[in-house]
Design a protein around this ligand. Structure first.
Ligand SMILES: [Zn+2]
Length: 319
C-alpha cells in the first residue's frame, strides 16, 4: 500500500491550500503554518491534519511500516443514498490517497517502538466501518505480538452510516481488542483531535490508559444541532471542548501539537516503568502497579469531575 506512506509533502500541500484561519480569519504564510505544524501562529487554532501528515509529524523518518494494508472496504448492505456507497468510497480514496479512514503501522517515536494508528477525518468523516474495526483489531494484535505500546490519534464523526449495524458492532470489536491488550499490561495512549465524536468517542477513544486531547478539540457523542433538537435546550458555550472534558475528568491532559511528540515520549517511558521528565516526582514502582494506580486515579478523578458538574447543575450554575 505505497499510497499510505507518510510524506511531508502532504503537510506542504495542506499549508499551500490554506486560505485563512477559520478562527481569527488572518492569512498565514504557508511556510509559517508548516513550521508551526499547522497551528495558527496568530491565535493557536489547530488546523486539521490528515493521517499521513500526522504520521509524518510523529514518526521518526524512515521508521514507518504498514500494518493490515491488505484490508479493503466493501459494500455489505449495497447501500445507496444520494450516491451509491462504493462511489463515496472511491471519491474519499482519491481525495485522501488512502484505502480507508484508519491508517495503522509500526514506527518509532524518538527511537521508541510503537504501534501507531491514525484516523483521517477527510475520509468519510473518519467514520468507523468494518475496515476501521478490523484494522484496529490487527493493530492491537501487532502491539501485543511486538510487545510495544499502542498509540492512536482520532478524528471522527462516529459510526459509518452506510454500513448500518455492521458499523455499530465495531464499537464492541474495538473494546474487546483493548480488553485483550489490557491483559498484557502494554500501555495505550489516545490522542483526541478535532473532532472526536459518536461511536469512536464512545468506544476505544475513551478507554486509553492516558487520554490526551489537542486544544479546542470538539469531543462529544452528539452534535449541537441534534442535541438541541432532542433536549430543546441550548448547551452552554464551551460545551464539549477538550478543555471542558479535562475539567470534568473525561480526559487526562490537553497538549498543544508542538509539544505532542515529546509528551508522548515522556508518557510512554513513564508507563513502561522508566523515568521521564514528567515522571521524576513519581516513586519507582513496577509498570503494572503504575498502570493500575493510574486507572484508579482516573476513575476517581472522572467520578469527582462528574459529581462536581452535577453539583453545579443542581445549584443552577453553568451546567
Ligand atoms: Zn488564527
Amino acid at each position: 500500500m505505497a499510497e499510505t506512506r507518510p510524506d511531508v509533502r502532504n503537510l506542504d500541500d495542506a499549508a499551500d491550500a490554506m486560505s485563512g484561519c477559520p478562527r481569527c480569519g488572518r492569512h498565514v504564510v504557508p511556510e509559517a503554518l508548516k513550521a508551526a505544524l499547522m497551528v495558527c501562529p496568530m491565535c493557536g487554532y489547530h488546523h486539521a491534519l490528515g493521517a499521513l501528515q500526522r504520521i509524518a509529524q510523529l514518526a521518526d523518518a524512515g521508521s514507518w511500516e504498514d500494518v493490515a494494508s491488505d484490508v479493503r472496504p466493501g459494500d455489505p448492505l449495497e447501500f445507496v443514498d444520494l450516491r451509491p456507497y462504493p462511489d463515496r468510497l472511491r471519491s474519499a480514496q482519491v481525495a485522501t490517497g488512502l484505502v480507508e479512514a484508519f491508517v495503522a503501522g509500526r514506527c518509532r517515536i524518538e527511537g521508541l517502538p510503537v504501534a501507531l494508528g491514525v484516523l483521517d477525518f477527510g475520509f468519510l468523516g473518519g467514520s468507523m466501518g468494518a475496515v476501521v474495526g478490523e484494522v484496529f483489531w490487527r493493530l492491537v494484535q501487532r502491539s501485543i505480538t511486538d510487545g510495544v505500546p499502542l498509540v492512536v490519534v482520532t478524528a471522527s464523526g462516529g459510526a459509518r452510516m452506510q454500513e448500518g449495524l455492521i458499523s455499530l458492532v465495531q464499537m464492541a470489536k474495538t473494546v474487546v481488542a483493548l480488553e485483550v491488550l489490557r491483559d498484557t499490561h502494554l500501555p495505550f495512549v489516545a490522542v483526541l483531535s478535532n473532532p472526536t465524536t459518536g461511536g469512536v468517542l464512545a468506544s476505544f477513544a475513551s478507554l486509553a490508559d492516558v487520554i490526551v486531547a489537542e486544544p479546542g478539540a470538539q469531543l462529544w457523542f452528539t452534535g449541537p444541532r441534534v442535541r438541541e433538537l432532542t433536549t430543546h435546550e441550548h448547551t452552554p458555550d464551551g460545551f464539549g471542548t477538550a478543555e471542558e472534558a479535562l475539567e470534568c475528568g473525561h480526559i487526562d491532559m490537553v497538549v498543544p501539537r508542538g509539544e505532542l511528540r515529546q509528551r508522548l515520549v515522556d508518557l510512554l517511558i513513564l508507563l513502561q516503568g522508566g523515568e521521564s521528565a514528567i515522571g521524576e516526582a513519581i516513586p519507582q514502582r513496577s509498570a503494572p502497579f503504575r498502570r493500575r494506580a493510574g486507572a484508579l486515579g482516573r476513575a476517581l478523578e472522572r467520578t469527582t469531575g462528574l459529581a462536581r458538574a452535577l453539583r453545579r447543575w443542581v445549584r443552577g450554575g453553568d451546567y
